[in-house]
Design a protein around this ligand. Structure first.
Ligand code: PLP
Length: 407
């Protein structure tokens, strides 16, 4: 008889976003005509840049000609895109990464999940708490997480990110093999300093660990001191894989294009992970569509850079409005300076869901309860900067009215 992968049966239901959606729907039904402003949106809302659209149209037309038609492309991505990535995202920052270390893909989410394929299920995995749930769930699916008991997986090493440690994880007190780091962070919006990343690279070197570095929000970094890539740290190429995405950088959440860097210097048990990942991709992946890779390439054109940066600045201005308004309303707020996320502490020791309910019911503003990202997210809510500026301002006025009249 066929057997299933019963690790899937150990997964708890993913209630966070569906519960949020249900609560919003129930509120709207009970209060017809009352607007709900969604500061919970985890997706971009601005359209693709004109330079991107133009390149995409051109590529579509090419596909309709005998000379321009393309079938299967290289599994690792077209050379034109891989070399643009190398030039703009690495060489321009003084980082020596080669084109055959770049693997173009359909998303950082898939790559963060799929990367586990090339690692032993015996590895000890460290994750931040709160965390982007993909790292945890994909390791649970692979059988690396153990059992789910009292909101924790028995075999994972949790690194609490709390107000006390500035929402940056402390080095593990025991040896761990795989370490997921995400900066600027989902959900806290906090970025890591060069010194902090240095300590992680040193830890990984000393312990033979591999760092899985998710920098999907790199484009939101405004502080010149904050590294954009883990490879800005000396020696990182020997210990880290980096995930990047055009999703938040250039509005590709629906268009799908990302890339993963696996340096050739990263060798585990005598095997180069670059060769293993290449083998995995060639076997299980048939590449990102030509039209989409052309669109991604246009992000690096002069116009593309200007237009996508304007959109990022628009979202960052929303983040600034959220952060300053919530502070004016008396809340403790974190993140938002180098990320589109603001992590707000609920007042008077309120729990995440209680504060979520209050903001929804009294202000008509939807947030995401922090507890949904892990036990250490309890007592916080996450707000995103992806709504329009007008809605963001309106939502902040409503929250201020509720919180200020509270006292
Ligand atoms: N990594 C993090 C930390 C994210 O928050 C997200 C999206 O929300 C992703 C990756 C997904 O990226 P992509 O759209 O490239 O799959």
């Amino acid at each position: 008889m066929a057997k299933i992968n019963d690790n899937y049966l150990k997964l708890p239901g993913s209630y966070l976003f569906s519960t949020v959606a249900k609560k919003i729907a129930a509120y709207q039904e009970a209060n017809p005509g009352r607007e709900v402003i969604k500061m919970s949106i985890g997706d971009v809302t601005k359209p693709l840049a004109p330079a991107v659209i133009e390149a995409m149209h051109k590529a579509v037309d090419e596909m309709g000609t005998a000379e321009g038609f393309r079938g299967y492309g290289p599994e690792q991505g077209y050379g034109f895109l891989r070399s643009l990535i190398v030039e703009h995202d690495y060489k321009a920052r003084g980082i020596d990464i080669e084109a055959d270390e770049i693997f173009v893909s359909d998303g950082a989410k898939s790559d963060c999940g799929n990367i586990g394929d090339i690692f032993s299920t015996d590895n000890k995995v460290a994750v931040c708490d709160p965390v982007y749930p993909v790292y945890v769930d994909t390791n649970a699916m692979a059988g690396r997480a153990g059992e789910f008991i009292d909101e924790h997986w028995s075999n994972l090493y949790y690194m609490p990110c709390t107000e006390e440690n500035g929402f940056t994880p402390e080095l593990p007190k025991e040896r761990v093999d795989m370490i997921y780091l995400c900066f600027p962070n989902t959900p806290t919006g906090v970025a890591a300093t060069r010194e902090q990343l240095k300590a992680w690279v040193e830890y990984a070197k000393e312990n033979g660990s591999v760092i899985l570095y998710d920098s999907a929000y790199e484009a939101f970094i405004t502080d010149p001191e904050v590294p954009h890539s883990i490879y800005e740290i000396e020696g990182a190429k020997e210990v880290a894989i980096e995930f990047r995405s055009f999703s938040k950088t250039a509005g590709f959440t629906g268009t799908r294009c990302a890339y993963t860097v696996v340096p050739k210097a990263l060798v585990v048990e005598g095997t180069a992970l670059n060769a293993l990942w290449n083998r995995r991709q060639c076997t299980k992946f048939n590449g990102v569509p030509y039209v989409i890779q052309k669109a991604a390439a246009a992000v690096y054109s002069q116009e593309g850079q200007k237009q996508t940066k304007e959109t990022i600045a628009y979202y960052l201005e929303n983040a600034r409005i959220i952060k300053s308004s919530l502070a004016e309303a008396g809340l403790e707020v974190f993140g938002g300076d180098n990320a589109p996320y603001i992590w707000a502490k609920a007042p008077s020791g309120m729990k995440s869901w209680e504060f979520f309910d209050k903001l929804l019911e009294e202000a008509g503003v939807a947030t995401t309860p922090g507890a949904g990202f892990g036990p250490s997210g309890e007592g916080y809510v996450r707000l995103t900067a992806f709504n329009t500026k007008e809605n963001t301002q309106k939502a902040m006025e409503k929250i201020k009215a509720v919180l200020v009249s509270r006292d």
